[in-house]
Write a protein that binds this ligand. Structure first.
Ligand code: ADP
Ligand code: SF4
Length: 691
C-alpha cells in the first residue's frame, strides 16, 4: 500500500548543524522509570524506536554533575566516566537503524534536592527547592566561581556525550527542570549582576553554554536548546513573548530549537483536559524568527495533522514522546501507508506514573513498553504459536481483546466470546464519560487488528456458562470477564461493608454508565482515588445534580497526581461548583444523610443527601471463573489443557494492567511453566572490589 502524497513531506531529510535527520519524526526526550537503574532496558526500548523509523531519538534527561540530582526520580547520569558505558550502549541502540542519537543534558539547579549526593543545591538566586515534593531544602545563590564550575561541567559532559557516540546534544531548560530556565526566568533569577536583569543578561549563561559546547563538539554534533514555550508560573515567569524575543536575539545560536511547554503537567497534558496539537498557538510564528529548525510536541498521532504542521510552516520536526511510546512504529506505519494501523496514544499518562513512582513505566496502549529487554517483548511481533492450536477467550474488554490480538499474531485459532453486542468492555463504556473519549482508542486499535486476522473469530451475545466452556473443548481458555463496582463501600476506609440505610439510594459508576443516574443532592464518596470519583462528580453536575465529593485523601483524585491530572481535576471540579470535602471519609449512610468522619480525629458530621455515588473498589464480575475453578477435576476430560482468569477477572486494576495481562497471557501460552525465579531479566549492580 502506498502512502498518501500529503504525507511525503514528513519523510524529507532535515539538517541539524553538522548532522542530518532522515525524516521529520523526532522522539523528544522522555522518561521511562528505568534510567540509570535499568540501562539495558532503556537501550532496548530506544532501539525498538529506531527500528520503528524515528529520524531522531533522544534519551531522557541526563544529569551532568552530582551537585544537581533529582533522587528519588530515576533518570540518567553522566557524573563521571563510569557512567559512560551505559550511555554508549543507548547511543549505539538508537543509531541502529539510521536514526540520529540525541542526549539531553541537564543541570537541574533549583529543581535538585540532592537527597542522594547531599550537595548544597545551586541556583541563580537563593530559594527553596522547586520540586513535586516540597522538600525542605534550599539552594544557595551561585557566585561567579560557581558559574565557571558549571561551564566546565558542561564542557566535560558534552565531550563525554560525543565520546559515547551521540550525534545531538540538547541543553535542557524547560518544564522547570533545567538551570538554563532558572536563569532565564525572573521568578528564579533575581540577580543584579551580568547574569540577571535584562533578557540579554538572563540568557548569558545559555549563550555561553552553547558556545562552549560548539567549541568542544560542534564540528560533528548538532547542538539544540530545549526551552519552555511559556513558563506559566505567574507574572515573573518566562513568557511566550520573552521566548520569542530570546529566539530573535539568539536566532542562530543553537542548531535546533526544541520547544516544550510550561511545567511537565502542561506539556504532557492528559487527554482529559488537552487535545492534539494544543501548543500550536504558542509555537506558531516562531519559525519565522530563526533560520534553525524547530521541533514542538502536541501528542501528535494523526499523520494528516503532522503534515499540516510542517506545510503550514509551524514546525520542522514533529516531536513525540507519548505517541512514540504508544506506537514505536508510528513512522514506519505512515511511511508504508499503514496509518490505519497506528496504535494511538490515549493521553492517559500511565507512562508518566512509572517515572513518578520510580518503577519501570508501562503504557496502556503498548504493553511491550519497557518489556523489550526484560521479557523480550516486541511491540509488533510475537513468537509463532507453540504446541497447541486453539484458545477460547471469554470477554472482549481491554484484556480479552489484547489476549486475542497477540494470540492471533502468534497464529492460534482464537474464539473471542463476548456476552454483549460490542467490543471494548469497560473502555467502551468509560469512553462515553466526560473527558474520556480517547479511552475508546484502546478498543479501536485492537478491534481493527483482530478484524484483519482470519484466525480470530468474535462471537457476540455469548454470555458463556461454565457448562458452555466445558462443552466447547478448547485447548486453552482465558477468562477475561472483567469487574463490577461494589456498592457496599468496601475499599480502603472500610474493609467490610459499611452500614447503609436501605432507604438511601446508592449508585455505582456501573449504574451511571448504564444510564441510571441519581438526582438532587448527591454525595460522591471517593475511596478509589484514581480518576473515576472526579469523573462521576463531573458527570453528575452535567446531569443537573448538586454534588459534594467526599474523600478520605488530602487531594481530590489523589492518585492522579502521578498522571499529572490532579491539579486539572481539582480545577475542573471547583469550576463546576462541586463542593470538595477532603480528609473526611463516610462512616455510615442514613436515610437522608451521610455521616462523614475526619480522617485524623474521627470527628463526625451529618451531610444531607438524596443519593450516594459509591466509588470504592471493584470485584471480579460474575461467577464463571469461580465455578470453573471449582470444577477443575473436569477440565482434562473436556480437553482443556489450561484455564485461567486474567486482568480484572483475576484482580481489578487500571486499563493498562488489563492490556498488559492480555499480552502477558498470550505470550506465555505454550511456554515453560514459570518457576520461582523472576520471569524477567534485570540488572544487578556490580559490587565494587572490597575496600
Ligand atoms: P478487562 O478490563 O479485564 O478487560 P472488562 O470489564 O473491560 O474487563 O471486560 C470484560 C468483558 O467480558 C465485558 O465486555 C463483558 O461483557 C464480558 N463478559 C463478562 N462475563 C462474560 C461471560 N460469562 N461470557 C462472555 N463475556 C463475558
Ligand atoms: Fe499514551 Fe497512555 Fe501510553 Fe502514555 S500510557 S503513551 S499517555 S497511551
Amino acid at each position: 500500500m502506498s502512502r498518501p502524497a500529503a504525507h511525503d513531506i514528513l519523510f524529507e531529510p532535515v539538517q541539524i548543524g553538522p548532522v542530518t535527520a532522515k525524516n521529520r519524526f523526532f522522539q523528544v526526550p522522555h522518561c521511562n522509570g528505568g534510567g540509570y537503574r535499568d540501562p539495558s532496558a532503556v537501550a532496548e526500548m530506544r532501539r525498538v524506536k529506531a527500528e520503528g523509523g524515528w529520524g531522531v531519538i533522544f534519551t531522557e534527561q541526563v544529569e551532568i554533575h552530582h551537585s544537581a540530582e533529582i533522587t528519588p526520580w530515576i533518570e540518567l547520569r553522566l557524573w563521571e566516566e563510569g557512567d559512560m558505558p551505559a550511555l554508549a550502549r543507548m547511543a549505539e541502540a538508537m543509531k541502529s537503524h539510521g536514526a540520529l542519537a540525541g542526549i539531553e543534558l541537564v543541570h537541574p539547579g533549583v529543581n535538585a534536592p540532592n537527597l542522594y549526593s547531599r550537595a548544597v543545591p545551586l541556583a541563580p538566586t537563593a530559594l527553596p527547592i522547586r520540586t513535586f515534593t516540597n522538600d525542605p531544602v534550599q539552594a544557595r545563590a551561585m557566585d561567579r566561581e560557581d558559574i565557571r564550575d558549571l561551564r566546565r561541567w558542561h564542557r566535560t559532559a558534552v565531550r563525554r556525550a560525543k565520546a559515547c557516540g551521540f550525534d545531538l546534544v540538547c541543553l535542557y531548560g524547560a518544564h522547570g527542570f533545567g538551570i538554563i530556565q532558572h536563569f532565564l526566568s525572573r521568578a528564579t533569577n533575581q540577580r543584579g549582576d551580568a547574569y540577571g536583569g535584562s533578557l540579554e543578561n538572563r540568557s548569558r549563561l545559555l549563550r555561553e553554554l552553547v558556545e562552549d559546547a560548539r567549541e568542544e563538539i560542534g564540528d560533528t554534533c548538532g547542538i539544540s536548546l530545549r526551552l519552555s514555550l511559556d513558563e506559566v508560573v505567574g507574572d515573573l515567569g518566562f513568557s511566550n513573548a520573552e521566548l520569542r524575543d530570546l529566539i530573535e536575539m539568539h536566532a542562530e545560536l543553537p542548531d535546533l530549537w526544541d520547544l516544550a511547554h510550561g511545567s511537565w503537567e502542561e506539556c504532557s497534558g492528559p487527554s482529559r483536559f488537552t487535545g492534539e496539537a494544543a501548543q500550536e498557538g504558542l509555537v506558531t510564528g516562531i519559525r519565522a524568527l530563526t533560520p534553525k529548525p524547530v521541533v514542538g510536541v502536541g501528542r501528535f498521532t494523526s499523520p494528516d495533522e503532522m503534515a499540516r504542521q510542517v506545510r503550514a510552516g509551524i514546525l520542522d520536526f514533529i516531536g513525540c514522546a507519548r505517541p512514540s511510546i504508544a506506537d514505536p512504529f508510528l513512522p514506519k506505519k505512515v511511511e508504508e501507508g499503514r496509518s490505519d494501523e497506528i496504535r494511538e496514544c490515549i493521553g492517559c499518562n500511565i507512562c508518566v506514573t512509572g517515572d513518578m513512582t520510580a518503577s519501570l513505566s508501562r503504557c496502556t496502549q503498548n504493553p511491550a513498553f519497557m518489556e523489550e529487554w526484560r521479557r523480550g517483548w516486541h511491540p509488533e511481533r510475537a513468537p509463532a504459536r507453540g504446541a497447541s492450536r486453539n484458545v477460547l477467550v471469554v470477554g472482549a474488554g481491554p484484556a480479552g481483546l489484547e489476549a486475542a490480538r497477540v494470540l492471533g499474531l502468534r497464529g492460534y485459532e482464537v474464539a473471542l466470546a463476548e456476552a454483549g453486542t460490542a467490543l471494548g468492555g469497560r473502555v467502551a463504556r468509560e469512553c462515553r464519560l466526560p473527558g474520556l473519549a480517547a479511552w475508546g482508542r484502546v478498543r479501536d486499535y485492537r478491534a481493527a487488528a483482530i478484524g484483519r486476522m482470519p484466525n480470530v473469530s468474535v462471537y457476540f451475545d455469548s454470555a458463556l456458562t461454565a457448562d458452555d466452556v466445558l462443552e466447547f473443548g478448547f485447548e486453552h481458555v482465558c477468562i477475561a470477564t472483567g469487574a463490577v463496582w461494589r456498592a457496599d463501600g468496601v475499599a480502603r476506609q472500610h474493609v467490610v461493608p459499611m452500614p447503609v440505610d436501605p432507604a438511601m439510594p446508592v449508585f455505582t459508576p456501573d449504574d451511571a454508565m448504564a444510564g441510571r443516574l441519581p438526582s438532587g443532592r448527591v454525595v460522591v464518596y471517593d475511596d478509589d482515588h484514581y480518576y473515576m470519583g472526579g469523573v462521576m462528580a463531573e458527570l453528575l453536575v452535567q446531569a443537573g445534580c448538586t454534588v459534594t465529593l467526599v474523600t478520605p485523601a488530602a487531594r481530590v483524585s489523589d492518585w492522579t497526581w502521578n498522571t499529572l491530572e490532579q491539579a486539572g481535576v481539582h480545577r475542573r471540579l471547583a469550576g463546576l461548583g462541586v463542593e470538595i470535602v477532603l480528609n473526611r471519609g463516610v462512616a455510615r449512610i442514613r436515610a437522608d444523610h451521610v455521616v462523614t468522619s475526619c480522617t485524623y480525629t474521627g470527628a463526625e458530621a451529618a451531610l444531607p443527601a438524596d443519593a450516594v455515588m459509591m466509588v470504592g473498589s471493584r470485584s471480579p464480575a460474575g461467577t464463571l471463573w469461580p465455578e470453573l475453578k471449582a470444577r477443575q477435576a473436569e477440565w482434562a476430560a473436556a480437553g482443556i489443557r489450561s484455564l485461567r482468569a486474567i486482568a480484572d477477572a483475576e484482580a481489578p486494576g487500571p486499563i493498562a494492567w488489563a492490556t498488559w495481562a492480555g499480552q502477558n497471557y498470550a505470550r506465555a501460552l505454550d511456554g515453560e511453566a514459570p518457576g520461582d525465579a523472576p520471569p524477567f531479566r534485570r540488572e544487578i549492580a556490580a559490587l565494587a572490589p572490597p575496600a
